[in-house]
Design a protein around this ligand. Structure first.
Ligand code: MN
Length: 223
């Protein structure tokens, strides 16, 4: 059921009802936990825990995705810093763990977005190289010059960039050449069909080969 009026989302922000959950990203060869993806949920007072599918389109339409996204980014960095600090306290040594945060195209075109990211990195003392920002192909389709500029600035901060839902959007592969991207995340619709349809297996195999030959990390969603 798609609802969520603007005012309802507004109230949820004020009441701090958004929660961040973390999905593991595992390195296949070693089995090592390489990172986590931060995913937003809405702890609704009456309806319980809501998934993004139930409120994200309204959040995008209303522009409230901007403050919600900022909140998720900050919380994810704060959490990562805390995990790193716990490891240090226990003397376990540094944890090569990254956190991935999904970006809306709307966040990317905010005038002070790069500043905001830099501020969050500074205040949480998170290593910029541990922060991965995920952008969809759709976000790259807009004003290319402006997008390249923002992505270059983020890259300049030391932040890593990945393409989310790779293969499901409309974008030219040329952006792989012009944008400072370091990882491809294969859309889950292709991963779901692995071992069932030969088409999906072929597509996934081709994306893995593409990523490998471009020197990019490849992540399969929803394994
Ligand atoms: Mn994602």
């Amino acid at each position: 059921q798609q609802i969520r009026t603007r005012s309802e989302l507004h109230r949820a922000l004020e009441r701090r009802e958004f929660r961040v959950f973390y999905q593991p990203i595992v390195e296949v060869m070693s089995g090592r936990l390489a990172g986590v993806e931060a995913l937003v949920r809405w702890q609704h007072p009456e309806r319980g825990l809501l998934h993004p599918g139930e409120f994200l389109s309204m959040a995008e339409e209303s522009g409230l995705i901007v403050p919600i996204g900022a909140l998720v980014l900050e919380e994810a960095c704060r959490q990562l810093a805390q995990w790193h600090a716990e490891r240090r306290r226990q003397g376990i040594g540094p944890l090569a763990l990254g956190v991935s945060v999904n970006l809306s195209p709307r966040q990317l075109v905010q005038p002070h977005f790069v500043h905001q990211v830099a501020d969050i990195l500074r205040s949480t003392a998170v290593d910029p190289g541990a922060l991965w920002l995920e952008i969809t192909e759709g976000a790259l389709a807009g004003d290319a010059a402006q997008t390249i500029d923002v992505l270059e600035q983020l890259h300049g901060l030391g932040v890593r960039l990945s393409i989310d839902d790779f293969g499901s959007g409309y974008a030219s592969l040329g952006y792989l050449r012009s944008f400072p991207v370091e990882a491809l995340k294969i859309d889950r619709s292709f991963v779901d069909g692995l071992g069932r349809g030969t088409e999906d297996s072929t597509i996934v195999g081709s994306v893995v080969a593409l990523a490998r030959s471009l020197g990019l990390i490849c992540i399969a969603e929803g394994v």
